[in-house]
Design a protein around this ligand. Structure first.
Ligand SMILES: Cc1cc2nc3c(=O)[nH]c(=O)nc-3n(C[C@H](O)[C@H](O)[C@H](O)COP(=O)(O)O)c2cc1C
Length: 188
């Protein structure tokens, strides 16, 4: 399986990447990771180039990420909750998925804009309250939909301020369940 992990955390060995590792260590395949805070990617500024042309007029590092999106079968979107939603840098990258949305909804020249078959959310939050990951889910579901990918599941760890992910048996169990779900989805 070809797996693209989009890390929206500024901390490469923090809570979010620890949770992501709990999942990916249960999966076979090639994993390519994009650390969004290292990527020189600008937000979409609505030039509408993609309303008439495939691709994106902005020639920055997103061009390499588009190639990875085209390569991957499974998309893992990982982010800490920052002020109630996915991190700002991940949101910046997400805005550049607009070109896939335009392919399907404006140009209507591609039946399926990307090869990616399925996506999984990996979200962490310092605190714990009801439905706290819903705003993050809203963004990611639009992202998966724009890529023509099915959302396979979500792996959450809340309350990381009190209990770090690596000490959480619940996080480990949920990571195993999510891995099983992915394998079922891909008939593995
Ligand atoms: C700028 C910023 C905003 C945050 N906002 C929230 C928040 O709204 N709700 C919450 O529960 N935790 C919030 N946190 C805590 C992080 O979500 C939490 O520590 C997360 O597990 C860190 O993951 P990381 O180690 O991968 O960066 C925030 C942290 C930062 C740095």
């Amino acid at each position: 399986m070809k797996i693209l992990l989009l890390n929206g955390s500024p901390n490469k060995t923090g809570q979010t990447m620890t949770l992501a590792a709990m999942l990916t260590e249960k999966l076979d395949g090639e994993i390519k990771t994009v650390h969004t805070y290292d990527a020189d990617v600008a937000a979409c500024f609505d030039c509408k180039y993609c309303f008439e042309n495939p691709g994106c007029a902005v020639k920055d590092e997103m061009q390499d990420i588009y190639k990875l999106i085209d390569w991957a079968e499974l998309f893992l979107i990982a982010s800490p909750v920052h002020f109630g939603i996915i991190s700002a840098k991940l949101m910046t990258l997400a805005s550049r998925v607009q070109t896939f949305w335009a392919a399907a909804n404006v140009r209507k020249d591609m039946e399926k804009p990307a090869k990616i078959k399925g996506g999984v959310n990996i979200f962490t939050a310092g605190a714990k309250w009801n439905n706290m990951f819903l705003p993050c889910e809203g963004v990611s579901s639009l992202l998966f939909h724009s890529l023509g990918a099915e959302q396979i599941g979500s792996l959450y760890a809340a309350g990381t301020d009190a209990l770090p992910v690596e000490q959480s048996s619940e996080a480990k169990r949920k990571a195993e369940l999510t891995a099983d779900r992915i394998k079922l989805f891909f008939n593995l």
